[in-house]
Design a protein around this ligand. Structure first.
Ligand code: GLN
Length: 467
């Protein structure tokens, strides 16, 4: 059921906000085995539901998301439960404020019922890096949920809530969306505020959502989007939901993302979607993006650099965990960080500190930033000829739990299709496009020029109607 229909039922008295929240909480408890949620915010959620029901009963106007339960990734600061970012260093950390986007969704009447599992500090592609245990795939519990927003993808796929928030720095919304068969949307950089979300890499962090259809993504985005004085990189609101799709769009199929290295069934699904786009009257042509093969190298230099800087604030003094039995200040910092971070966090801090160090800055960080500029220019050239690009969301369907944990580079390869849009700040959407023979969901990815978000969602929505 679409979100607008859910809200209509609540407002018309066919159900109540309390009933909706109670149902979501009950489903969440039933689905405990997936380990998709780190906490429930039941008391606060029920109280808010009652407030909304009272307002409806007294004929007051309520927001466009009145009574709709949702889940936030546990790196969003939100009231009602700790904000752990799935790391020990933030265990029991109670947020003193809420993320701007959570406040906005609440002002529109939505009700947060819980906080979802993620890779520690959002570093990862499988939700296996969480300090609090692995999240299992919604379709096959022997497979990973994808990551880093794995928990939010799974609660959406299991229909616990109609939408959930994730953060996408290099694919963390799109890739788990693909692995669990739901929509996952990463907006144009700056569309919605990052304020109150634990920072990973500030130049590519974006706040977006998972949902079951493009229309729901657009509705939620229309509420999240807009300028926030507390995040100087936010854009003035440009997001206008629409269902208008220009006829005969020109769409580029990224050939470099369709090589033999990519799973055959993933390529098959992508080509099927291309055929459906053609059948709908759009023009799809192969395009080349030779820089694609260098984007992972750029990403895994630039992002660790920003990570090492953003994680410097976790020193055992100001937040959360502090090591015991220490003798010196240096030991306090060192041991708190050693015990509070997971291995992948430390790996990124070390890589980041290395590429930013005076001896290697020019050779790595500066080169990577120059290459990033070339990537942005390559996208600009493609978008002077094409309205959108299409490519797979991930090179494979969900892989097995434990399959890639011994080799970080193997894990990083899961990001090869998603990091280009992140580095260029472009909007990108993972659309459920099929299932493998083994029954695993496969997503395709649309990428558009900056601020084409609403048009891209409209295109995806129009393709649903043709299913
Ligand atoms: N998998 C990517 C990484 O590990 C993306 C992370 C993210 O978008 N938060 O960096």
């Amino acid at each position: 059921m679409k979100i607008t229909d859910r809200v209509a039922r609540i407002v018309n008295g066919d159900t109540t906000a309390r009933q909706e929240v109670e149902t979501a909480l009950a489903k969440a408890k039933e689905a405990k085995g997936y380990h998709a949620l780190l906490s429930l915010t039941a008391d606060r959620a029920l109280k808010r539901a009652d407030e909304i029901d009272t307002r409806i009963a007294s004929g007051e106007s309520v927001g466009p998301l009145a009574g709709v339960p949702f889940v936030v990734k546990d790196n969003y600061l939100a009231f009602g439960a700790p904000t752990t970012a799935a790391v020990k260093i933030l265990e029991n950390f109670q947020a003193p404020l809420q993320a701007t986007v959570v406040d906005k969704l609440e002002a529109a009447g939505a009700i947060c019922i819980g906080k979802s599992n993620l890779d520690a500090f959002a570093h990862g592609a499988s939700t296996e890096n969480s300090a609090y245990g692995v999240t299992k795939n919604a379709v096959d519990q022997t497979k990973v949920a994808g990551g880093s927003s794995g928990g939010s993808a799974v609660v959406t796929a299991l229909d616990i809530v109609p939408f959930a928030l994730g953060s996408d720095t290099g694919g963390s919304i799109r890739q788990p969306a693909s692995f669990n068969g739901v929509y996952g949307y990463k907006p144009t950089y700056g569309t919605s505020s990052r304020y109150g979300v634990v920072a990973m890499a500030s130049s590519t962090d974006t706040m977006g959502c998972f949902a079951k259809c493009a229309e729901d993504v657009a509705l939620v985005t229309s509420i999240m989007a807009g300028r926030d004085e507390k995040d100087m990189t936010t854009l003035p609101d440009f997001f206008e939901p629409t269902t208008f799709v220009q006829p005969k769009l020109r769409i580029g199929l990224v050939k470099d993302a369709m090589s033999d290295d990519v799973d055959q069934e993933v390529r098959g699904c992508t080509l099927e979607y291309v055929e459906r786009l053609r059948a709908a009257g759009h023009v799809v042509e192969e395009v080349e993006m030779p820089l694609l093969k260098y984007t992972l190298a750029m990403y895994y230099i630039i992002i660790p650099a920003e990570v090492s800087s953003n994680l410097a604030r976790f020193d055992g003094i100001r937040y959360g965990y502090r090591a015991h039995d220490v003798k010196t200040l240096a030991e306090l910092y060192g041991r708190s960080r050693d015990e509070g971070f997971v291995t992948e966090n430390k790996r990124r801090i070390m890589i980041g500190s290395y590429v930013l160090s005076s001896g290697f800055f020019d050779a790595y960080y500066l080169q990577a930033q120059k290459a990033r500029t070339l990537l942005i220019q390559a996208f600009d050239t493609l978008f002077s000829q094409y309205d959108f690009l299409i490519l797979p969301t991930a090179p494979t369907p969900a892989f097995g739990i434990g399959e890639n944990t011994d080799d970080p580079v193997k894990m990083y390869l899961a990001d090869v299709m998603t990091v280009p849009a992140s580095l260029a700040g472009l909007p990108a959407l993972s659309v459920p496009a099929g299932v493998s023979k083994a029954g695993l969901p496969i997503g395709i990815q649309l990428i558009g020029p900056a601020k084409s978000d609403a048009a891209m969602l409209a295109l995806a929505g129009s393709m649903e109607a043709k299913e």
